[in-house]
Design a protein around this ligand. Sequence first.
Ligand code: BGP
Length: 484
Amino acid sequence: MTAGFPDGFLWGVAHAANQCEGSYDVDGKGLSQADVIPSPQAMDYVNIGDLMKVSREQIATAVAYHGTEGYPKRRGTDAYARWEEDAALFAELGIKALRMSIAWTRIFPNGVEAEPNEAGLAHYERLFTRLRESGIEPVVTISHYEMPLHLVTELGGWENREVIGHYVRYAETILRRYRGLVRHWLTFNEINTTLIEPYTSAGLLEDPERPMEPRSYQALHHQYLASSHATRIAHEVDPANRVGCMLARMTHYPATSDPDDVLEAQRLNEMNLQHTDVQVRGAYPGIVRRYWREHGIEIAMEPGDEELLAEHTVDFLSFSYYMTLVAAADPSTYGQTGGNLFSTIKNPNLPVTEWGWHLDPVGLRVTLNDLWNRYQVPLFIVENGLGATDQVLPDGSIQDDHRIDYMQRHLEAVREAIADGVDLLGYTCWGGIDIVSASTSQVTKRYGLIYVDADDAGHGTYDRTRKKSFGWYKELIASNGASL
Ligand code: BGP
């Protein structure tokens, strides 16, 4: 008999402003780099990965167009307008934590203003207050795949060191304003994706003259510094604040027991953990310095940078977990699965989702133990969920047993990891309500426990309906996991 979930475990749901809020030009909000990502239809489904690359021409077209059609993240799933209705649904669900993000562009529309936008600040203050009244702890990501477009087009995104100052002013503004209302902060969503999707994660535009990888590493260095500054300020503003980093954890299994495959899996695991090495341990690991040397990558650092990283490390490590990956010294002989963020060699032992992502609940236990053993800081699963199409039955219900089964098996693995000794703060599933998918810009890749009546073209009433999984999760939370 395992021990179960600790008292005070933060059961919750998660989402991000750029994928659900919509109202892209309301109450003084500026354009973000997510607001100019075209819909898959506009791209004719040629290559969904291309959605994550946006050219200057596409941006110019998008800026000139004032509407939502063709830009799914401008409409999101209407969460800004319907915040009271959604907050009531979350209260009914009984969650203890809502992981959400603040849209930077509601606070500083272009990122460079001297004074923040009061309407944006007031919106989140109302929302946080309402959540607290319902016993829900906000867990807030300061920048989740979102930054002011102006910082991208005029400053070149995170590659430019000046962006640090703009982020820090924004972070300090919200840390001070929401003192006491918010105590759990994440500095960046999935910081490692700056190396995989540099536009979405760091506002980097393609430039044929300048290869992306060195620029991405430079951008990351600036994001780490910004994160350390935010951590420092959060602790100054309120010693009760707890700050976390956030990693898209990509645990790699070796394809075989051939030592060369094992070595390759270890190398890829270490490369994925370079980010948490910096943010939790406070220093770049040897493997990344070697990588820079061997690939001719030179990072511009200033005196004091490394001291800052060492001094202001995070309090906890949060991560998303969707799947495990497979590594081989020679991947060319293997079949692939996935296609966007997580493409990998197919694991013959695992089924895959409709989008080709491996389904691997046991891998979550492996991942939790690995991270805990390495870092010995509290962990927080802030994303885990199933992207799937859902059918509305003639009686209006959504019987998403596939999602319940997914969550059940992942949470069983979580319970085992806790029994193994892992210190885990909470679990916020992705997502609470249906949202626009980050990598495919589709609404029909659904993650929510609450259905939103909308399609990929933006048609629908946007009305909310509780899925079967809503009732299942509600009961689970009420029993603190005992009903699992
Ligand atoms: C993570 C992001 C989320 C999210 C999720 C699912 O990478 O932090 O923003 O959307 O993955 O991915 P997708 O929407 O691409 O299916």
